[in-house]
Design a protein around this ligand. Structure first.
Ligand SMILES: *[C@@H]1O[C@H](CO)[C@@H](O)[C@H](O)[C@H]1NC(C)=O
Ligand SMILES: *[C@@H]1O[C@H](CO)[C@@H](O)[C@H](O)[C@H]1NC(C)=O
Ligand SMILES: *[C@@H]1O[C@H](CO)[C@@H](O)[C@H](O)[C@H]1NC(C)=O
Ligand SMILES: *[C@@H]1O[C@H](CO)[C@@H](O)[C@H](O)[C@H]1NC(C)=O
Ligand SMILES: *[C@@H]1O[C@H](CO)[C@@H](O)[C@H](O)[C@H]1NC(C)=O
Ligand SMILES: *[C@@H]1O[C@H](CO)[C@@H](O)[C@H](O)[C@H]1NC(C)=O
Ligand SMILES: *[C@@H]1O[C@H](CO)[C@@H](O)[C@H](O)[C@H]1NC(C)=O
Ligand SMILES: *[C@@H]1O[C@H](CO)[C@@H](O)[C@H](O)[C@H]1NC(C)=O
Ligand SMILES: *[C@@H]1O[C@H](CO)[C@@H](O)[C@H](O)[C@H]1NC(C)=O
Ligand SMILES: *[C@@H]1O[C@H](CO)[C@@H](O)[C@H](O)[C@H]1NC(C)=O
Ligand SMILES: *[C@@H]1O[C@H](CO)[C@@H](O)[C@H](O)[C@H]1NC(C)=O
Ligand SMILES: [Cu+2]
Length: 555
């Protein structure tokens, strides 16, 4: 292409931005330690660029994003672009020892990927140990230039990142739990855009304020970046209209409270249609299992322009900790938009029908305080992390790192949600489940009552899935599939499997490589509630796993 033509093209792009189909966006992420005044932490926070929450990644659908990550802290780091499909950019997915070895102190790595077929809000977060506690931020994928949202255009957009925070160094918390075999200490607060609101033993630092103008509509991009807590989000006196989850459009519906699990995102329209004033915003935890959890609500304020000084705050009731019906009502309201432009391509025939029981267990541990260690498992296998990345072991055919014999069913069929009185022990293994390229997969994720029934927000890397069904008790393979929604089920990357219940998901394995599936409660992931899929190459010219980039970190 000659210079004259290139100049005309560039000028055209400048004068008529609509002509530009996509662009390349560059970001620099420095992982640094930072003392913050927002929280009364006793230790500096690990952050990206000194920000908590971290910087927002803005892009449009079809853009390429290049993020140069520099590790300036004493911990190993990786970053995961949660929910990004990573078509043929597997090496940029980020989970440590799954798709890459960690970026070690002083090292760099460039994440390079294109955002294809997705638009909405996602999050990015560290994907090693518990570093994502403070290393996280929003990913905003705008529609292609000139393509409107499939809902009324909001006047403004606001990002709301919900988090969870410990006064102590979070790595010390997880290390202590790993040594003792006991549950880790619960967090000291939840946060809304980095502010906890009132915290016992910590003088108030002021909360986050969402400023609005009467009559205007706001698109709230809400993210749950907490480590271990599913959350409810509410604004006093205002309803929210849900329009998108996990970067997939939904049929709009109104609600006064949002249920959001770690790793999930929810876009909601808020219209400032109430009297001028100051309204309470709350983020509070959900837990319906009989286990200990912090019951701390974080607070922020919705503030109308023109509100007089020091107004009384208009309050709202906080959902009870165990508000199970509210979680079901919210999940049951979610439907794919399924329009002509955004069809729900639900797999109708299934090549791999899998049944995964998810459970807590205990294994012997000579060095632990009580001689046992809490663990967790999928189909009774507690996943053991390898010491080199699985994707490299697969690509280079390195033997002895993993096996591809992950069981497609529990080793013993039993009354999953009943009283398990046999051994609480699990098996160890770095076992993957192999899928043919383009095959269709159904997984029934079955919660169990072993030790304690609990809710598990399960996340799949590399794919979106359709949530075709859910229920309480044991999945019935005869009756339950008849009730599946195969028309407009919600499409997402993380789904909460109900306590003592099941959820059925479907996806098409159209992305070759190694893809992690795990509980997004970090405590359960640490205990072994994780596995990975190995999707073989296809036959087409673009159906294969590309070679790793030159700067891929080494173990
Ligand atoms: C943070 O504050 C502590 C004292 O509270 C100080 O020793 C440390 O150097 C500070 N770290 C940074 C990164 O500013
Ligand atoms: C990003 O990936 C594209 C496509 O493989 C490649 O052309 C480009 O050079 C890469 N950029 C960087 C900075 O690695
Ligand atoms: C965990 O909590 C216990 C009891 O409050 C405390 O003694 C211990 O220091 C805490 N551990 C960490 C790593 O914060
Ligand atoms: C919120 O929505 C509910 C149900 O749709 C409705 O009953 C209620 O009046 C709405 N409240 C406001 C403040 O719009
Ligand atoms: C948790 O806190 C909320 C709000 O403070 C309260 O309504 C609820 O009863 C508490 N639940 C438990 C189990 O303590
Ligand atoms: C299982 O793996 C863990 C490491 O993840 C190890 O500590 C434990 O000894 C193993 N147990 C058995 C029975 O191999
Ligand atoms: C499974 O266990 C539950 C809880 O104990 C019980 O209510 C149910 O009847 C059991 N189901 C079967 C099929 O045994
Ligand atoms: C579960 O079984 C044990 C041992 O048989 C029994 O002691 C316990 O009461 C049972 N629990 C329930 C909830 O049925
Ligand atoms: C899991 O495996 C262990 C060890 O083989 C066994 O003792 C236990 O009964 C199994 N549990 C389940 C739920 O299958
Ligand atoms: C894989 O599926 C897609 C549609 O989802 C189709 O376009 C493509 O041809 C298929 N490739 C192979 C090799 O089956
Ligand atoms: C960092 O990662 C390397 C490569 O896996 C490993 O050898 C090293 O022990 C890790 N360092 C820490 C502090 O975990
Ligand atoms: Cu994730």
């Amino acid at each position: 292409m000659d210079h004259w033509f290139r100049t005309v093209l560039l000028l055209g792009a400048f004068l008529f931005p609509a002509l530009v189909q996509s662009s390349v966006r560059h970001y620099k992420f420095s992982v640094v330690s930072k003392n913050t005044t927002k929280l009364c932490a006793t230790k500096p926070l690990l952050t990206v660029n000194g920000q908590f929450p971290g910087p927002t990644l803005y892009a449009r659908e079809d853009d390429t994003v290049i993020i140069r990550v520099t590790n300036k802290v004493a911990h190993n780091v990786t970053i995961h672009w949660h929910g990004v499909r990573q078509f043929r950019t597997n090496w940029a997915d980020g989970p440590a020892y799954i798709t890459q070895c960690p970026i070690q102190p002083g090292q760099n790595y460039i994440y390079n990927f294109t955002l294809t077929g997705q638009r909405g809000t996602l999050l990015w977060h560290a994907h090693i140990s518990w570093l994502r506690a403070s290393i996280h931020g929003a990913t905003v994928i705008l529609p292609k230039r000139g393509i409107p949202y499939p809902f009324p255009t909001p006047d403004k957009e606001k990002i709301i990142v919900l988090g969870e925070w410990w006064k102590e160094d979070v790595e010390a918390v997880v290390n202590q739990a790993t040594q003792t075999g006991l549950p880790p200490n619960v967090s000291d607060a939840h946060t809304i855009n980095g502010h906890p609101g009132p915290v016992p033993g910590c003088s108030s630092q002021g909360g986050y304020t969402l400023h609005v103008e009467s009559g205007k509509t706001y698109l709230l991009r809400i993210i749950n970046a907490a480590l271990n807590d599913e959350l409810f989000f509410k604004i006093a006196g205002h309803n929210l209209t849900i329009v998108e989850v996990d970067a997939s459009y939904t049929k709009p519906f109104q609600t006064d409270s949002i249920f959001i699990s770690p790793g999930q995102t929810t876009n909601a329209l808020l219209t400032a249609n109430q009297g001028i004033g100051k309204y309470l915003i709350t983020a509070s935890p959900f837990m319906d299992a009989p286990i200990g959890l912090d019951n701390l609500t974080s607070y922020a304020a919705l503030h109308y322009k023109g509100t007089p000084a020091n107004p009384p705050t208009i309050l709202t009731s906080v959902p009870p900790l165990n508000a199970t019906p509210l979680t079901h009502a919210f999940i049951d309201s979610l439907r794919s938009l399924n329009s002509e432009q955004y069809p729900a391509k639900v797999p109708l025939s299934i090549d791999h029908s899998l049944f995964f029981s998810v459970a807590i267990g205990v294994n012997p541990c000579a060095t632990c305080v009580t001689g046992i260690r809490l663990v967790a498992a999928v189909n009774n296998v507690s996943f053991v992390m390898p010491t080199i990345a699985l994707l490299e072991a697969h690509y280079y055919n390195i033997p002895g790192v993993f096996t591809d014999d992950f069981p497609g069913n529990p080793p013993i069929a039993f009354n999953y949600t009943g009283n398990w009185t046999s051994s609480f022990q699990t098996m160890n293994g770095t076992r993957l489940y192999r899928l043919a390229y383009n095959s269709t997969v159904q997984i029934v994720l079955q919660g169990t009552a072993i030790l304690a029934p609990e809710n598990h927000p399960t996340h799949l890397h590399g794919f979106n899935f359709f949530v075709v069904g859910k229920g309480l008790g044991n999945f019935d393979p005869e009756k339950d599939p008849q009730k599946f929604n195969l028309v407009d089920p919600v499409e997402r990357n993380t789904i909460s499997v109900p306590t003592a219940g099941w959820t059925a998901i479907r996806f098409k394995a159209d992305n070759p490589g190694v893809w992690f599936l795990h509980c997004h409660l970090e405590v359960h992931t640490t205990w072994g509630l994780k596995m990975a899929f190995l999707v073989d190459n296809g036959k087409g010219p673009n159906d294969f796993l590309p070679p790793p980039p030159n700067d891929l970190p080494k173990c």
